[in-house]
Design a protein around this ligand. Structure first.
Ligand code: SF4
Length: 341
């Protein structure tokens, strides 16, 4: 019997399946990534149907603070803060509470709904952990923002303490597919990362977990990463595009085009229909003038800078969102008035 080979996909059919709660077929997922550039508007339109169903035209704003930088004993090849990186970055231990509060104030002024506090390192020392708890309590007492922390590997007890201090969500990225993880880090494994996400969920906290694309992974790896995040039922998914920072093992890598980034975001929307999908690090570098198109599959952005690299200004971000016909979301979930922000 001759089997029919499907050479093209009706992207709207994938949107229908996503909206019906069905997982799109693995081969169709690969086709999303391997489609011709001329398909991109049709893919975006289909992904937008799913995005609009769950999120309307709202764009959520997050603010990221690197509260402790560099000096990390791990060897994540993409990271400028690792022990094997010679990148010229600022290195400092955990910021004092008043500096963290000043950053939270800045986040609040920028209308961010979520204040994300990251620290470098494999896992926080007991002293640092206590200081983080104290800082979280102070931020929650003063600002009506969700607080998300990125602290490296955590166990359930630590997650419970963070929850009790007022943390709303913990970020820990799977980063890439299990099959590719050893190519990007040797000091901890994919299973360590998975265990942290599961510990956070066991503590009753919502999880933010995503990946970094452009690190030599295959299309299969990208599909598997998105499927793993779907299986974990994470709440929020940051999609980072590798910034090949000079001094890191991944310096000079160049695998991404704006269209490739858009296809990846469409795939994530089809596989993670209701999740908060954030265009994270590398947005400006890789999407460039096509950034507004990424709002069709994604519903969230960082406003301000990334961990060790600068983002475009908040003013430019607000203008981009509004010019593209989307609405900024205020911290309470309501639309931010046009004259605000
Ligand atoms: S990603 Fe985190 S754990 Fe890995 S090197 Fe950077 S700071 Fe360390």
């Amino acid at each position: 019997m001759i089997q029919a080979v499907r050479t093209s996909v009706d992207w709207n059919l994938l949107a229908d399946q996503a909206l019906a709660g069905q997982r799109i077929d693995h081969q169709d997922a690969l086709r999303v990534l391997q489609a011709d550039d001329t398909e991109i508007l049709a893919q975006l339109a289909a992904a937008y149907r799913v995005r609009h169903h769950y999120w309307g035209n709202r764009v959520r704003l997050h603010f990221l603070l690197n509260a402790q930088s560099g000096l990390c004993p791990e060897d994540c090849h993409y990271c400028s803060q690792s022990k094997i990186s010679s990148a010229e970055i600022e290195k400092y231990p955990l910021m004092a509470k008043d500096r963290i509060l000043a950053a939270a104030d800045r986040a609040h002024q920028l209308k961010a709904g979520t204040f994300c506090m990251a620290i470098s390192g494999r896992t926080p020392s007991p002293k640092t952990f206590e200081q983080v708890l104290e800082a979280v309590r102070a931020v929650k007492a003063d600002y009506p923002m969700r607080v998300c922390t990125t602290l490296g590997l955590l166990n359930e007890d630590q997650a419970q303490q963070l929850k009790a201090a007022g943390v709303d969500r913990i970020n820990h990225n799977l980063n890439t597919a299990e099959a590719h993880h050893d190519e990007i880090c040797t000091t901890h494994g994919y299973q360590d990362r998975l265990a942290t996400v599961q510990a956070v969920q066991a503590a009753g906290l919502t999880t933010c977990s995503g990946g970094i694309l452009g690190m030599g992974e295959s299309d299969e790896d990208i599909v598997n990463l998105a499927c793993s995040l779907r299986q974990l039922n994470v709440t929020s998914v940051p999609v980072n595009f590798l910034i090949p920072i000079e001094g890191t093992p991944f310096a000079g890598r160049s695998e991404l085009t704006p269209q490739r980034c858009l296809r990846i975001l469409c795939l994530f929307r089809f596989l993670l229909p209701s999740q908060e999908i954030r265009i994270a690090g590398g947005r400006e570098v890789h999407l460039r003038s096509q950034q507004p198109l990424a709002l069709y599959p994604a519903n969230s952005i960082f406003v301000g800078d990334y961990l060790t690299t600068a983002g475009q200004s908040a003013t430019q971000d607000y203008a981009m969102v509004r010019d593209a016909g989307f609405t900024l979301e205020a911290p309470d979930g309501s639309p931010l008035p046009e004259n605000d922000g």
